[in-house]
Design a protein around this ligand. Sequence first.
Ligand code: MN
Length: 710
Amino acid sequence: MITADDLIALVRAYNPKTNAERITAAYEFGREMHEGQTRHSGEPYFTHPVAVAALLTEQRLDDATIITALLHDTIEDTKASFPEVARRFGDEVAMLVDGVTKLTNLQLSSNETKQAENFRKLFMAMSKDLRVILVKLADRLHNMRTIKAMRPEKQAQKARETMDIYAPLAGRMGMQWMREELEDLSFRVLNPEGRQSIIRRFIVLQKESGDVIHRITGDMRAELTKAGIEAEVFGRAKKPYSIWRKMQEKDQGFSRLSDIYGFRIITGSEEDCYRTLGAIHRRWRAVPGRFKDYISQPKSNGYRSIHTTVSGRDGKRVEVQIRTAQMHDVAETGVAAHWSYRDGVRSGNPFAVDPAKWIASLNEQFEGEDDHDEFLEAVKLEMYSDQVFCFTPKGDVVKLPRGATPIDFAFAIHTRIGFAVVGAKVDGLRVPLWTRLKNGQSVEVITAEGQTPQASWLEIATTGKAKTAIRRALREVDRERFIKLGRELVRAAFENVGRKATDKALDTAAKHLRLDGRDQLLARLGSAEITAHDVVQAVYPELAPDKGDQISPRRAVVGLQPGQSFDRAPCCQPLPGERIVGITYRGKGVVVHAIDCALLGEYEDQPDRWIDLHWHAGTHPPIYGTSLDLTIGNDAGVLGRICTLIGEKKANISNLKFVDRKPDFYRLMIDVELRDVEQLHSLMLTLEADSDVAALERHRDEARPRAAVG
Ligand code: MN
C-alpha cells in the first residue's frame, strides 16, 4: 500500500508548499476509520482511498482534494461524522467529502428519466465545487481498475453506469485520457469478446503494416526539423473501445489507419502550431473536410488543438493533433488544469477555463425541466445510431440495421446458418427469435440439421438479405413438395387407365406439353397448373376418359331464360346435385347460389330478382371447383397420400395453397374440381377416414363480396 510519505512525495513533486502534516493526519484518520474493513479483493479497504488520492496527484490537485480523496468513504461507511471531519480537517474538506458521499448515494438506475433527473443533481453538486466530481471520477476509475474482484452482475451494472455516465462526464470535463480508460475498462466487462476481436485484428494489422507508429513519427520529426520547428511528435494506438465506436459511427470496417492510430505534435507556441500544420500539409496530402481549428475556436471546456487528417503516398490516412504544451495540459487534465500548481504557485495556464464559470454555463443549458431527456441523449450520444453492432461467439463484429433480430444475424453470417436456425442466445440467455438485438450484444445462433425456413420468419426478418433468402428457400421447398405431389397424382392417373407412369412416359408428356423436363411437369402437376388428365392425354390420347356423354357446362343449370348465361357464386361454390337458386343482374345474367348461402339474405327484399333453378340431372364433367380447408399432420408422405386419395376419387386438384405451417401441422386450402355434390361427399368421407387428417371442412367464403358479375 502507498504510505503517507509516498503520497506526500507525489504531491510535493508539483506542490512544494503542501501541508504534509495535514495529509498525514488525514491518512492516519482514514486508516483508523476503515480499520478491519476489506475490499472484495480481500485487501484492506483503506488501499482504495489512498489509490484514489494518488490518482488525483496525477492531476496535480490541491491539498483539500487529496485529503478529501483519503476521507471520501468515511462519512458513508465508517463511524466518522460530518461534524467530526469538519472539526479535524476544516469546513472546506468536510463539504467536499459530503459532496462525494451524496454523489455516491445517487441511485443511477437503468430507467432513463430517473437518470436524467440524477444527472441534474450530479451537476448541481458539481456546480458547488468541481473538485467533488474530480474525486468521484477518480473513485470510479479506481473501482473500475479493480472491478475483477466484484460479482459478475455487479461488474456489469457498474460497467454500464460507467459507460453511460462517468466516461462521457470525464470527456465533458476535458479529461480525454480518463474518458478513454473508463470506456475501455467498461468495454472489457460489457463485451469481452468484442474487445478481444478488435485486439486480435489489431495485432494482425500491425503484423501486416509493420511498426507504423515508429515510421510515421520518424517521418514527421524529419519534416519538422527541415522546417526549423522545434516540436515533439508522439504516436499511439487508440483504445479498442474508440476503434469500436468509430466503426459504429462511420459504418465502416476495421482497416483504416486513421481510426486506429493517432499522432500528436506538441509545439512551443501557438504560431508553431500553424507552422507545423503548414509543414505537415506540404509533405502529406490533407484529407478534405477533416481539418478543425480548435485553437481559434476552443471548445467550451477549454480544449484547444488543431486536428487534421492526412494521407500518404500509399493512400493510408492518419489523424494528427497539433497543440502547445499548455493546451495539451488542458486537454489531458481538463478543468483540473485550472488548479495546476507549478513550484507551489498556481500556474497561470492561459488556456484553462475557470471551472466555476464553465459549470455555471453548463447548468444554464440544463435549467429547463424538459431538457433532461435531451441532455441524457447528448451525454449518451454514441449509444444511439441507426445501426446495431453485435458479436459472434468468436468475437467478430456483425453490423445490422436497428430492429434486426437473431434471424437477420444468422443470415448475415451465412445463408446456410440462417436456414438452419432453431433458436438464439443473446449474452448467454435463450431468447425468442423475434427479439430485437441491441448494440454490443453477443449473439449465438442455435441451429439444427433438417430445419427449413418458416414462412413466419418473413415477419421476423428485417434485412433484405434474410428476406430474399427465406423467400427463395420457401419456393424451393414448395417446388420439392409439388414435385412429390405431382408424382403421386400422375401415378394414380396412369393406374386408372391401366398404364404405368414411367420416366419415359413422363418425358414424352413433358415434350408434348412443351415443358422443360419431367421435374417441371411434376411440379406443375403438383401445384395444379396442369391436371393429371392433361398428362395422360398427352401420352395416351386414346385412353383419356371419354367426355362425350357429359352435360355441357352451358346447359348444366335448368330454368334459365333462353340466351341467359350463369356464373356459380364464388361465396358458396354450389355443386351439381345441390339445391340452388339464381339471382338476376340486369343485363349481366344470373348468379347461382346454394339455397343455404348466407349472402342470399341481402336479396330478401328483392323477390323479383330470384329465379327458381336446378341442376341438370345427367352426368356432369368434373369441372366444378370447390375449396377444402384441410389440416394435416406434418409427416413425410402425408400430403402425397392425401393427393393420391383425391386422385383416386377422380377429382382434379386445381389449386393448393399453404395457409399455415406449424412444426406439427400444415393447414392448407385445396381447390378440387368435381362432378357433383355426391363426389364431394364421397371424397370428404375418404379424407376424413385418413388418420393424418386432423380437420377437414368445405370452405365457404361468406364474407366474400357478391359474384364478380355483381
Ligand atoms: Mn470509493
